[in-house]
Design a protein around this ligand. Structure first.
Ligand code: ARG
Length: 464
């Protein structure tokens, strides 16, 4: 049996006479995962030490000593030489304990008016802001690869699908950019989260506010936050910024998942539109011929887990009484997991898109004349026939071709004229895939000019 923990060394040990159960000690300890926030924690403490000097709690000499000590602790973490102690409950207690070892009892002044409640909320926000920055760069890199690929491959035509059945001819670039449009919205949404993450909670104390009139505007500037929490109880109890980020991640992963699904289907032998590079595929342990799109399957699969992180933490929050409750410590693992997996997913998606081979001839072969049945109906519309009528006439042409086991493009001009007298000798010109895509020339269509327009707009958005 593990030895029981003496309580007197604990930060909050003063009022305790009994000992902590060893399992409880481990259950409560968050250092193994919240040590990831070591840099944010040190930054927050340095700013707070400077704030304490401004209100006369520290002398300038004490401040320098404290800041130097905090920098030493930070460097130990950065160099991987920080030695956690059994009683370090979390990153905040670990850093304060170590600071005291380095600078002595002066370290005991750092927590004046501060609580781990405003401290942890500050650390989480700082940490997430840094990571949102990285994720934004990865998302832009993915978008960039998609836009460049689309621009280079604008000429490739393929069937566009609804219900996964051939619908109308499209440009391959149009399909790729349809996914890019989702990611562009994700980029905007991510940027819109920042003002709600960038709120300073430090100076809220445990819940009621700071007892020593700490200058919160000074803290805000020091730490680079956009604004200051206007209610101390909200400051320590709010984790909506984490929920919102995980909602964002769930939607972004959904977009990665849908893109992956398209590419998984297109990479089958039956379609053969794309081949993933070896760098993003794996083999089978038994079937030597297999080249599996594991990268895409993992992107699709991880979307479920990211959604689960969000949903799980929402359940944790629901029903909590106001301000800080230890349940909130459960924000970290799902958030860290979400950040890690979304970051990796965006980079993997970028690599897959950048390196896959696209087989334009296979795409072209998949285009059959029946995908032009709408164009045939629209031919008659251009001759003045109401669309509802032309839809039926074109449908009869499809049925006739089906009964003869041929393509509608193999019917003769006479066949068409027999179906409807308004068909002219020029009807066969309908059976041209280029003409078809070029007809879709309104904004948002698959014509060359409209695909180019999307490329230009997305490129401009990425420059900002
Ligand atoms: N490790 C804690 C967390 O992550 C820090 C805050 C602890 N506050 C407290 N009153 N026990 O939430």
């Amino acid at each position: 049996m593990a030895t029981e923990q003496p309580t007197k060394q604990k930060l909050w040990g003063g009022r305790f006479t009994g000992k902590t159960d060893p399992l409880m000690h481990a259950f409560n300890q968050s250092l193994k995962y919240d040590q990831r926030m070591h840099d944010a924690d040190i930054r927050g403490s340095i700013a707070y030490a400077k704030g304490l000097t401004k209100i006369g709690i520290l002398t300038p000499q004490e401040e320098s000593k404290m800041v130097e000590g905090l920098k030493v602790v930070g460097k130990e973490w950065a160099d991987g030489v920080f030695v956690p102690q059994e009683d370090d409950e979390d990153i905040h207690t670990a850093n304060e304990r170590r600071l005291a070892e380095i600078i002595g009892p002066l370290a005991g002044k750092l927590h004046t008016g501060r609580s781990r409640n405003d401290q942890v909320a500050t650390d989480m926000r700082l940490w997430l802001l840094d990571n949102v920055d990285d994720i934004e760069q990865s998302l832009k890199a993915l978008l960039n690869v998609m836009v460049e690929r689309a621009d280079n491959e604008k000429e490739y035509l393929m069937p566009g699908y609804t219900h996964l059945q051939r619908g109308q001819p499209i440009r391959w670039a149009h399909l790729l950019l349809s996914h890019a449009q989702s990611f562009k919205c994700d980029l905007e949404r991510l940027q819109q989260l920042i003002p709600r993450i960038s709120v300073l909670p430090l100076g809220s104390g445990p819940l009621a506010g700071n007892s020593f009139s700490i200058d919160r505007e000074f803290l805000r500037k020091e730490l680079g936050f956009q604004s200051i929490s206007e209610n101390s109880m909200w400051g320590v109890g709010d984790r909506d910024f984490i929920v919102e980020f995980m909602m964002w991640a769930s939607l972004t992963m959904t977009h990665l998942s849908r893109l992956s699904e398209d590419l998984i289907i297109y990479s089958t032998a039956e379609f053969g539109f794309v081949t993933l590079s070896d760098a993003y595929s794996t083999g089978s342990s038994i079937m030597p011929q297999k080249k599996n799109p594991d990268s895409l399957e993992l992107l699709r699969g991880k979307s479920g887990r990211i959604f689960g992180n969000m949903a799980g933490f929402m359940v944790t929050l629901k029903g909590l009484p106001s301000t800080y409750n230890k349940d909130l410590q459960e924000d970290k693992e799902p958030l860290f997991d979400t950040v890690d997996n979304v970051s990796a997913s965006l980079k993997i998606a970028e690599g897959v898109i950048a390196t896959m081979n696209v087989h334009s001839e296979k795409m072209r072969q998949a285009l059959s004349a029946d995908a032009l049945a709408t164009d045939l109906a629209e031919y008659l519309v251009r001759k003045g026939v109401p669309f509802r009528e032309t839809h039926h006439i074109s449908g009869r042409a499809v049925a006739l071709a089906e009964s003869r086991r041929c393509q509608i493009s193999e019917l003769s001009v006479d066949d068409f004229k027999k179906l409807d007298a308004r068909f002219g000798d020029d009807v066969m010109a309908v059976f041209n895939f280029e003409t078809s895509v070029e007809h879709r020339a309104s904004i948002g269509g698959t014509s060359l000019a409209m695909v180019q327009r999307q490329v230009d707009i997305l490129r401009a958005a990425l420059k900002n």
